[in-house]
Ligand binder design. Sequence first.
Ligand code: ADP
Ligand code: MG
Length: 238
Amino acid sequence: MAFLQLKGVEKYFGDLRAIKGIDLAIERGEFIVFVGPSGCGKSTLLRLIAGLEHIDGGSLMLDGRDITDAPSSKRDLAMVFQSYALYPHMSVYENMSFALKLAKEDPAVIREKVERAAQILNLTPYLQRTPRALSGGQRQRVAIGRAIVRAPKVFLFDEPLSNLDAALRGQTRVEIAKLHRDLGATTIYVTHDQIEAMTLADRIVVLRDGQIEQVGTPLELYDRPANQFVAQFIGSPQ
Ligand code: ADP
Ligand code: MG
């Protein structure tokens, strides 16, 4: 069985069927990107996987365990939010160690994990500063650091670069790709940006109106789009 398996996943908001019977198998270590236009269900699908939304039908298995009804904190996943979700009054160190403190980890172990994450993310010189004193890109790295210290089985990103300017977006994208190479962690990354999708993904999942239009490597989607919608979205001539 795949590392993360979605079967017949459904989500309703009142009468709106936002997610329509999604089946998807993700292998360990894969970098999966969800793309599609605004409102197609990317965030909802990610939030269902994260356990931030209640699932109305279907099942989720992670590493052989049924997590369909598990609370978010028991899923062994970490969601990276946009950098404005940092605690402004806490230092970078405190921001990154917060979840571990809540989990009552040993202070020496916490220090080791935070320092290692800071090293990976080039944040060591900034550990005692508050987010206010950092650039947008550095703040986004702190947000990623908060996820790394928890050593989750899966990283979930929801448009992490959308509030950065174009230059910083490119730079942070390269850093995320490097992070994935270094840690080899299974990652699901949501974006509406084709370039991000094409450069980061092992496989791209194209969503439209709560359903999967196509799943494939960037090259497969580029060379053989399943339909006009995918072709237009990926930007290849057809
Ligand atoms: P995306 O992230 O692809 O832009 P979303 O997952 O946010 O799309 O939304 C998918 C659909 O579900 C949209 O029609 C949206 O309006 C609706 N939706 C999302 N969240 C809620 C909510 N909490 N309550 C009601 N409708 C919602
Ligand atoms: Mg969204």
